[in-house]
Design a protein around this ligand. Structure first.
Ligand code: GUN
Length: 293
């Protein structure tokens, strides 16, 4: 069967260009640009890269950005004080605290200290709760990136059986909520599976749309996928690769080479869901800005 690759890199570039165009028009009318701040604690390699990419995306979209750094010796009280300062800074539309935080800091406490109206990561319980009852909210980046890809590729979701593999707070649970929403994309019949699911293969084989977010490289094999299914691979496990300058490469949750020929659509890793996540953050920042105008 011939399959179509869902190109997240190209879609993300198009969305950023659309945002940049809108921001340029606002600035031309004399409005200030949207402003995103990011708090980065310590020097974790992955976090450094993610935050650098977020700052770069801000520049591409015409946003102002501020990177606020702390050493990993920062106290919880100091971090909470900075969150409070950003909550009250009228020039900042939205901000994120890059995770993970050092072990001596209570991550949940920091997330809950963020004003939910500036929580462009969509991690605050108010935003999570608003999502679950269908109120306007900031939707976390990866789930929104997935919905945008389904939308841009005009993939029918209404009445389809969507199986979500994984139940994390940042992907599995919110994407399940979005797929069952009374909206388009949405209106799907959703099943959530996880590491304790019995008869996993039988359930996955019923999926018209399979969203793999289990964090286990190449977990999904061809025998688990229904012919013609749409497969969205959220996995980004780093595996050592001496031939790469970085020393690693990304491996998805889906064994692409064997699964792709069975699909109608499939996202690659890298270049699928990954590039869409930063786009979602830009969309949320623009939304935060507009809500305050
Ligand atoms: N760490 C890994 N992904 C994310 C994200 O989307 N937001 C934040 N704040 N930290 C992360």
């Amino acid at each position: 069967m011939s399959y179509q690759i869902i190109d997240g890199k190209a879609t993300a570039a198009a969305i950023k260009q659309e945002i940049a165009r809108e921001v340029a028009q606002m600035v031309a009318k004399g409005q200030r640009p949207p402003h995103l701040a990011a708090i980065l604690v310590g020097h974790d390699g992955g976090s450094e890269t993610y935050v650098a990419n977020k700052v770069k995306a801000c520049a591409e979209c015409g946003f102002k950005s501020s990177l606020i750094r702390f050493e990993d010796t920062v106290t919880e009280a100091e971090l909470l004080a900075e969150v409070e300062r950003l909550n009250n800074d009228a020039d900042i539309d939205g901000f994120i605290v890059q995770l993970p935080l050092p072990r001596h800091i209570d991550e949940q406490k920091v997330i809950e200290a963020i004003d939910y109206r500036k929580d462009v990561d969509g991690f605050h319980p108010v935003n999570v709760g608003r999502l679950s009852i269908g109120l306007p909210c900031f939707i976390s980046a990866t789930p929104m990136g997935i919905i945008d890809l389904l939308d841009r590729y005009h993939i029918e979701t209404s009445g389809k059986h969507c199986v979500v593999l994984g139940r994390s707070n940042i992907v599995g649970k919110p994407v399940a909520q979005l797929m069952m929403r009374k909206a388009n994309p949405g209106n799907a019949t959703v099943t959530v599976c996880h590491s304790r699911t019995a008869n996993l293969k039988e359930i996955l084989l019923q999926a018209d749309i399979l969203i793999a977010a289990i964090g286990s490289p190449w977990f999904v094999t061809a025998d688990m996928v229904k012919p013609g299914a749409v497969v969205i691979d959220v996995g980004t496990t780093r595996v050592p690769d001496a031939t790469r300058k970085s020393g690693f490469r990304l491996k998805g949750d889906v064994n692409f080479d064997e699964v792709a020929p069975k699909c109608s659509y499939i996202t690659p890793v890298p270049g699928g869901v990954g590039p869409m996540t930063i786009c979602s953050l830009m969309k949320n920042t623009l939304l935060a800005y507009k809500n305050r105008l």
